[in-house]
Design a protein around this ligand. Sequence first.
Ligand code: MG
Length: 438
Amino acid sequence: MKSMNVAIRRREFLALAAAPLLRGMPILKIKDISVITTEPAGVRLIVVKVQTDQDGLYGYGCATFTQRADLVVEAVSRYLKPLLLGRPADAIEDTWELMYNSSYWRNGPVLNNAISGVDQALWDIKGRQAGMPVYELLGGKARSAAMIYRHAAGAEIPETIDQARKLMAGGAKAIRLQVGVPGMAAYGAPGGPHQGGAAEQPQDPIFDPEAYVRRSLQLFEAARKELGPEIELLHDVHERVSPRLAVQFAKDMEQFRLFFLEDALSPEDIDYFRQIRAHCTTPLAMGELFNSPHEWTPLIKDSLIDYIRVHVSQAGGLTPARKIANLAETFQVKTAWHGPGDVSPIGHCANVTLDIACRNFGIQEWTMPNDRLLEVFDGYPVVKDGYVYVNEKPGWGVEINEKAAARYPFGSSERGEHKKLNGGWGVVRRPDGTVINQ
Ligand code: MG
């Protein structure tokens, strides 16, 4: 009898050894990959869904590159899907590397976003399988909640300040201020009808960097007077001025004690951060357009910026973003992940996961959802008194109503030029007609 039990146990042991088990859990395989496209808040969003061979176990990842959305969809369904079907769903680092290297030509926004969709979906799957939110897989909470900043913007200075007051009354502790400039397009604020200029394409928006800088300095002078010294204020240059003007502007803004000045330079001009650093103490944030370590590593290792604000899906997902955060921590650079409306709720959850789990969190840009977005995505992180709280459900803690997503197809809420360009952004010119950064 005793020997029979031993024989059964031995057989069970051999069967277990032969089964695809890893750390007590079955090795999952990737069974299907699909792409969810939707526009519930007027912005094209892309989410990748990875299904495993275990019934009901799947994950979602943000792959939103809103200006070239259709290309990301094709990159996932025509290239990554055939590459990944049947491969393990639990080897995230390995899968990231094979996706990244499989195109040979790499570091571009279309492919990085496609990779991010799969990468974040695999993290979601791992969390769901473990019954834990993803931040637990990264080591657990380093803080209770993440401080956010909201946007206040108006065509006129008093309008921007009124909006900021309302946000402060709602508990906001940090606010980005932008203002329009009469007679020209502005970034992050309503523009006015065009006036003058020598451009031969009068339909294209005009932006005058000098006028923008003068107006922005007036805005912050008024804001500090009216909003007081305690509220944290931020501003986004959106890379639209020359390097020389950026150095002067950062220096002139020093007196207003910003939380940070964002994108003072374009990625092509990042060497000029050295000059800004040499001339003022204005805290600097940079990185939403970055694709690769070649861009963020020099700025971080030479401590030329204070906040790295990569768009997580643009860099390839949670896997590389976590590495960026760890690199930045060593050099006293904090994180401020890009968090506008062209990040899906899955992407916002990835941001908040990093915010909660990483030691060197700085601040989180935040977009409040509308009702249609909440109809499609169940589990958007909750904001209270200027802080965002991570979702405590397994994985990202988000479920997608795919029928609701289909009610808001690409292009359904776009108008005019935006719709004509298939969700693209068009062009911006200086008054003399020169094309400048978007
Ligand atoms: Mg920006």
